[in-house]
Design a protein around this ligand. Structure first.
Ligand SMILES: NC(=O)c1ccc[n+]([C@@H]2O[C@H](COP(=O)([O-])OP(=O)(O)OC[C@H]3O[C@@H](n4cnc5c(N)ncnc54)[C@H](OP(=O)(O)O)[C@@H]3O)[C@@H](O)[C@H]2O)c1
Length: 326
């Protein structure tokens, strides 16, 4: 099969098309013919040699696919040969065929294209676990989403809005702020020109956000603490601004704040399958009712994978970058 491999750690140009053996599904797994796959920021880190695949996983990058079930352990679930599914995988997605745990496959929602389906898993599994499970966001509460125009951010805004919460988002340009508002954010803050702490406090009558979804860390944590409400939850999912941070322990106590975070890729199949069940119960109906749609910036052909990674690195995109096999 054709696959896109990382020839050596480096820039987008190290990605190259290669011939690879077909993966073999084991117990509890299915083989998928990949129609489209999503690009995620962690793929960039893996390409640079900074985020190695977990032990036993494919060295081919790619954390999410939309594909057709070809074969495998069909007795392990309710999948049928020929069915098109969206799957979260721990690697191997940048290929014509990919193995996925049965429990991490969800049906392609009615009315969505395979390219849209490929844009769902990584963002929705991440948002569900961090915003709703770790962050325990409730209807009526306020969520502050950093990086609101990212793949993760666009999904967080829509999912939180669909759940009945109120959303404030940050983004790095006026165009990106407008995109956040169009997805449901009641306030979008350009973090280059405005202080998100002051803007969040002003918008919430000085109360602050109940949950913050952070993908910056570093100096942001202390600032986020200042605009986090009493009993607020601060959830860290990336450290783009550095992993070392200072927090105010007195404020943490006084406002009874919770500081938490997680990474998805290294978690067990059982854990991810439980998220898949929750998504199917709660979020899939939102998609089918048209209340939530993946925001897709660009769809590339697989032969243009270098350009796809260049677009991600350039940081101009709004929403997801998706690649299809022609
Ligand atoms: N922990 C997990 O399980 C998990 C899973 C998946 C992804 N992630 C992380 O989630 C993040 C988003 O992933 P993605 O694939 O959606 O990538 P992406 O589209 O490239 O998003 C990166 C985002 O970070 C924002 N950002 C960077 N510096 C910022 C700052 N100082 N203030 C506010 N926002 C800032 C960017 O905003 P502008 O473009 O507006 O500057 C951009 O929206 C990545 O860091 C990724 O590593 C974590």
């Amino acid at each position: 099969m054709r696959a896109i491999e990382i020839s050596q750690p480096g820039g987008p140009e190290v990605l190259r098309m290669a011939d690879r053996p077909m993966p073999q599904p084991g117990a509890g797994q299915v083989l998928l013919r990949v129609l489209a796959f999503g690009i995620n920021r962690p793929d960039v880190l893996q390409r640079r040699g900074l985020y190695p695949p977990p032990a036993g996983e494919s060295d081919i990058p790619g954390l999410e696919v939309c594909g057709q079930v070809v074969s495998g352990d069909l007795a392990a679930g309710d999948l049928r040969v020929g069915e098109v599914v969206c799957a979260l995988v721990a690697g191997g997605g940048y290929a014509e065929y990919c193995v996925a745990p049965v429990g991490q496959c969800l049906p392609l929602p009615a009315g969505l294209t395979p390219e849209q389906g490929a844009a769902l898993p990584e963002t929705l599994f991440t948002v569900w676990h961090n915003v709703f499970e770790r962050g325990r966001l409730q209807p009526g509460e306020v969520l502050l989403v950093q990086g609101g125009s990212s793949g993760i951010g666009t999904m967080a805004i829509q999912a939180a809005t669909a759940s009945g919460a109120r959303v404030i988002a940050t983004a790095g340009s006026e165009t990106k702020c407008a995109a956040c508002r169009s997805l449901g954010a009641e306030l979008a803050i350009n973090y280059h020109t405005q202080d998100f702490v002051e803007a969040t406090l002003a918008h919430t009558a000085q109360r602050g956000a109940d949950v913050v979804l952070d993908m910056v860390a570093g100096s942001y944590l202390a600032r986020e603490q200042r605009c986090l409400a009493e009993d607020g939850r601060l959830v860290v999912i990336a450290v783009q601004g550095g992993s070392q941070a200072q927090i105010d322990a007195a404020l943490l106590m006084r406002k009874r704040q919770t500081l938490t975070g997680s990474t998805l890729r290294n978690r067990s199949v059982e854990f991810k399958s439980a998220i898949a069940r929750a998504l199917r119960r709660t979020v899939w109906p939102w998609i089918e009712q048209g209340r939530l749609r993946p925001v897709i910036d660009t769809v590339f052909d697989a032969g243009h994978i270098v350009q796809a990674h260049e677009r991600m690195e350039g940081g101009e995109h709004i929403g997801k970058l998706v690649v299809r096999w022609g």
